[in-house]
Write a protein that binds this ligand. Structure first.
Ligand code: ATP
Length: 551
């Protein structure tokens, strides 16, 4: 098939096969520079697919007659650099996932398609040889001189021009006079100066120690910033970020949810007058591509992102912060399953940069790593703004009488608070009336027939529901094993708590908030209905949450 000398490249494809594929470069393509991380279009079955070059100049076992050649090179430059290829190869091996899918996870959607990277890049203003000398500008044309000084050293994107206060008329003058022109090229990295950084708050001793420890870190260290809620962890982040910004480095801030990004970004924008890039699933493909390329070019200095931001291509990463590091959403549960904290630690080690894991409730793995001194443990025990920590008391229900899961001392305290006109919130992590019904005679339990879970008793709708598989069954009144009618509800759920509290405090309006109370099925007991009856006085609230707490 190939009469002349040809080269073979090995590529990764986004197909569910745990292998790479070999293709030949035709004679024409042979002269072109090709490198790992570059995108090429290849024939695959009856389709054309975008592939990533993993190796080039390799030998293959495929006979010439069967070896296909690539259709074309999509870009003239690679989309992944050496560092990225290294960590993506590691991730594919570590998580036992096909390399093609791993590579694709690290690309914005627009680059998974056959679209040229250069054509997608935003326009940057570039000086032409016709730009006059500095001395030729009128001394009064201060903005023109400022733009001349900027363009002399680098190309500038529209955002960078705006950051420097260069307005449209000045740009128009340069373009009209052919002193500068717009080109689709990567903008030069942004340079940060002190004037863009607002000074931070005066730190308390614990915060100051934490900031000093992180700032003095050269190379890779993982810090656990273990601070109670409101202890000023975010202020610590902001102050360590400032130091890295002055070193012209980038900072990746991973947050658990998209919902948390607006408030985080607002706080960051108030402190830093620079391009802060976002990365999360709620963005459009174009917005995600913009963040990807701004991160790659170094234009974006701070990137606030949800878990997949850990795959972004950084120009010069100086610090990774993972806020609420214990949050399960950092773990990707389907498709390519990975933990962004583990990938962040791997990348930080390669970059030789610090990682700050912040949490008021660190996950056990992290806590263990801190206790065994793999991580540097920084503690913030006090609230930063001077507010008092709440008094917490652990009530051992084995040592006090209880009623529907409420210990007598707790019932008394609730009564005291209500008498003073205060509201009370109760949290319990179980929906329904009771997690299971049990026969008092033979200890038979309401097991789910479809899975090994137990059926939860929902008294309001008189049903047994398996919260595991969704199987539903009318409530039984007789033991299915011995026939006894002595069935008892074991454990407490939100419904039971509601019944008990209504009984104990009949005059107090109560709202139950859980998935059942807000869904249509059980709307007769919905909070909205309760609210309409007694709109102004809601002192009760039981919730379906992960942790059981009382405040
Ligand atoms: N050194 C300080 N002096 C005065 N106020 C501070 C200081 N540090 C933080 N604060 C203020 O304390 C409040 C809580 O701080 P911050 O949000 O940084 O805490 P956090 O630990 O990140 O909270 P969370 O656990 O909710 O994430 C904020 O209003 C912040 O402005």
């Amino acid at each position: 098939m190939f009469e002349l000398e040809y080269k073979i490249i090995r590529v990764a494809l986004n197909v569910p096969l745990r292998r790479l594929f070999d293709y030949a470069l035709t004679e024409k393509q042979n002269g072109l520079t090709i490198c790992a991380g570059q995108r090429v279009l290849v024939p695959f079955g009856n389709k054309s697919l975008v592939a990533i070059v993993v190796e080039y100049d390799v030998t293959t076992d495929i006979p010439d007659s069967k070896l296909k050649s690539i259709i074309e090179m999509i870009d003239s430059q690679p989309v992944f650099n050496e560092e990225q290829i290294g960590f993506l190869n590691w991730a594919a091996k570590y998580y036992q996932h096909p390399l093609g899918d791993v590579y694709y996870s690290a690309l914005p959607k627009l680059l998974r398609e056959n679209r040229q990277l250069e054509a997608l890049l935003p326009e940057s203003l570039v000086a032409t040889p016709m730009m006059p000398k500095r001395s030729e500008f009128s001394a009064n044309a201060k903005k023109q001189i400022q733009l001349y000084d900027l363009l002399k050293h680098k190309t500038l994107s529209r955002i960078q021009l705006a950051d420097h206060g260069i307005t449209a008329p000045t740009i128009k003058k340069f373009v009209d006079q052919k002193w500068a022109e717009w080109q689709n090229i990567k903008p030069a990295p942004t340079t940060i100066d002190k004037s863009q950084l607002q000074s931070g708050l005066a730190l308390n001793a614990e915060q100051a120690l934490a900031v000093a420890a992180i700032n003095q870190c050269f190379g890779h260290t993982t810090f656990l910033l273990d601070g109670v809620t409101g202890s000023g962890k975010t202020e610590v982040y902001l102050q360590v970020i400032e130091q890295r910004l002055l070193k012209q480095q980038q900072i990746l801030v991973l947050v658990p949810e998209i919902g948390l990004t607006p408030q985080t970004i607002k706080r960051f924008e108030q402190r830093f007058k620079l391009c802060i890039a976002l990365w999360h699933s709620g963005m459009t493909d174009k917005q995600r591509f913009d963040t990807w390329q701004k991160t790659q070019s170094g234009e974006a200095k701070i990137i606030i992102s949800t878990r997949s931001g850990v795959f972004l291509p950084f120009a010069d990463l100086g610090l990774i912060i993972i806020d609420e590091e214990h949050d399960p959403s950092f773990k990707q549960q389907d498709g390519f399953k990975y933990h962004s904290r583990s990938i962040a630690l791997y990348r930080a080690n390669k970059f030789q940069i610090p990682v700050v894991l912040g949490s008021a409730t660190p996950c056990l793995e992290t806590l263990n790593n801190a206790m065994t001194q793999k991580f540097h443990h920084l503690k913030l025990n006090q609230r930063a703004a001077g507010s008092q920590m709440p008094t917490m008391k652990l009530l051992d229900l084995n040592l006090c009488p209880q009623d529907s899961g409420l210990g007598t001392p707790l019932i008394e305290r609730i009564g005291e608070q209500l008498a003073q006109g205060h509201q009370v919130m109760l949290f319990i992590n179980r929906r329904g009336y009771a997690p299971v019904l049990m026969c008092e005679e033979c200890h038979w339990l309401t097991e789910c027939h479809r899975c090994s879970s137990y059926m939860t008793y929902h008294r309001n709708i008189n049903q047994l529901i398996c919260h595991h598989c969704g199987h539903q069954h009318p409530t039984v009144h007789q033991c299915m094993s011995c026939g006894s009618t002595r069935l008892t509800a074991v454990g407490v759920g939100t419904e039971q708590l509601e019944y008990k509290l209504r009984e104990l405090f009949p005059d107090i309006p109560l709202t139950r908030l859980d998935r059942d109370s807000t869904s249509k099925k059980d709307s007769s007991r919905s909070p909205r209905k309760d609210k309409s009856k007694r709109p102004s006085d809601h002192r009760w609230h039981t919730d379906d949450c992960q942790r059981t707490s009382l405040s």
